[in-house]
Ligand binder design. Sequence first.
Ligand code: COS
Length: 387
Amino acid sequence: MIRDQETLTALLDSVRRFVRERLVPAENEVDETDQIPPAIVNEMKQLGLFGLSIPESYGGLELSMEEEVLVMVEMGKTSPAFRSIFGTTVGIGSQGILMDGTEQQKAQYLPKMATGEIIASFALTEPDAGSDAASLRTTAVRGSDAQGDHYTVNGTKRYITNAPHAGIFTLMARTNAADKGAGGVSAFIVDAKSAGISLGKIDKKMGQRGAHTCDVIFENCRVPAANLIGHKEGQGFKTAMKVLEKGRIHIAAICVGVAQRMLDDALRYAVQRKQFGQPIAEFQLIQAMLADSKAELYAAQCMVVDAARRRDAGENVSTEASCCKLFASEMCGRVADRAVQIFGGAGYLADYGIERFYRDVRLFRLYEGTSQIQQIVIARNLVRTLK
Ligand code: COS
């Protein structure tokens, strides 16, 4: 946690400046080339973005959830592909180790993640285990030989963000063949250079170009037993769920930032664009779209900050995290749709950037749990309160 307001304000100012001066001008190039320039990634490292959520004792900035959310709202005001390059390390990639790892695991991996030397990816989803994450089939079988205790991993992970750049994978695999559900799953830290790991082709996606995903295939991949997170079998699904819970607040904050950017762009366009002899911003039907966007955006912003504060205070925020992810991602989709509508024909052209955001934000309603999964989590938690 940053202890003084001045330091937090300075951090937010430098992120705001970085977004405005370095990222916004590179948005189109990143979309066209499907590459984030290495110079930009280096600047992210220097700004400390890879270590936002990692404790100071391991070289990170140790932001509270509330502080992380404020940074993410600023980072959201540009193409979300930029956030992805460090977001998996800050979020789902490192948090499993931070939450449930042993002291030795934290000391070995977190400092290198905080500097960006190691990019971490989160390997949960599989071809046949998406929303039903507990049904995953990748196996990790324990054995022992002259080189020591280890697990042999076999299986395929799908849509793994940053896999082509990853130094390590936080991998969820089944260690107990007899338990086909959540209890049979364990979490591991896997060196991406291990023998037996191969990567699929980089996926061609609708949006968020520059953020790379691909399959990760494990064939008799040997993982030292020391890399079992927390040295406890059967805890991996819970680790994944805890990590995703935090990740959902983080993604919701990004949704708020992107929606703000789209509303700003649409407002500017509406004030400049004249039809029927006046700026279209003077027409009430355009105003309704601007007003609805602002109201929903404000609601999402309040939700995200509230959920973050509650989490910082030690409350169980499973319900609130899913409410944030559900509402903010759906809100962002509606704002994107209205922004295209306000831009009219220009909203459909690549030159104006709005069509890129329209494609980019579609992913928010899918990854880290679809909107329907968030509804399930919220409703189940509600029903549980009466049992
Ligand atoms: N924190 C801690 N523990 C949690 C938890 C959380 N947020 N959520 C669930 N758990 C625990 C449960 O308490 C349960 O443990 P016990 O058996 O000891 O009670 C265990 O994990 C299994 O939970 P549950 O029974 O709810 O699992 P289900 O298989 O029914 O699935 C959903 C739960 C659907 C919510 C889960 O599979 C999910 O989130 N799916 C979406 C996956 C996803 O987001 N994928 C995105 C890809 S990663 S970018």
